[in-house]
Design a protein around this ligand. Sequence first.
Ligand code: PMP
Length: 296
Amino acid sequence: MQYFKSNTVLYLNGQFQKATDTTADVYGQSLHYGYAVFEGIRAYNTHNGTRIFKAKEHFERLKRSAELVHIPFPWDVNNLVEQTYQLLKLNKLKNAYIRPLIYCAPNMSLIGGTKPSILICAWEWDAYLGHEQLKVCISNYERPNPKSTPIEAKLSGNYVNSILATTEAKSKGFDEALLLDMNQNVAEGPGANIFMEKNGKLITPPLGNILPGITRATIIELCNVLDIEVTERHLSVDELKQADSAFFCGTASEIAGIASVDDYKFPIRWVDTLGATLQRTYKNLVLEKQNYEVII
Ligand code: PMP
């Protein structure tokens, strides 16, 4: 995967500069300790031009992530959105994945709050989990206890947990992992939230031990539009393994159907699931098409 070419431009602290000319300090807490926060955003080539989906919500979450770990956030969210549109234009990107990262100045101590930098880069990226239904396993790793690091922050250090879970799942022949929380309830994937379907209704874990996904919130909004009943509550593995269907959702993966969890195969064909309906509706929404589906 090539993330940049010789003419790729990125945004760093108010300037646009070539990716190949950009360096990062190697004595920072971000590189050594994972003390950085980031976002994952998508832009779509719509009939209204290139549109960044929920841009403001993502930069607001970036701000909140920084605040939760005491990294100063001296930037204006609206300005960052404008700069990101400019970044896409400079790189001639229409469909893109956008990665803002806030990292800290040289400091090898364990005292936070160091002067931050903001980097925004973008590249073309297909659906992160692919287009096939996924074989998922329950991970041996748990999501971090929110009392260890704020789980609601998109904190770089938390992604060691994600890397370990995905690597383990792949090494066992699965496509992706599903992590439990510290109480053994279903939490989320390494980079996506989860919904399960049972008897025509959806259930998703509540906020508290998961990243508050912007796609998750969008799905809940779409369920209201489509009259799909959706409940936020704790889910056990046993309950998930009696569900009719399930799917992951996230900015990078969008809506990705799950075929099985461990050796349990979901009985409903993907095309007949609520997830498939939401997948089509979500695509319409991000592409700014107005034809929402209605279930009767
Ligand atoms: N959970 C985790 C751990 C994630 O990394 C992501 C991706 N940001 C999500 C959930 C989904 O969040 P969003 O829909 O905001 O991309």
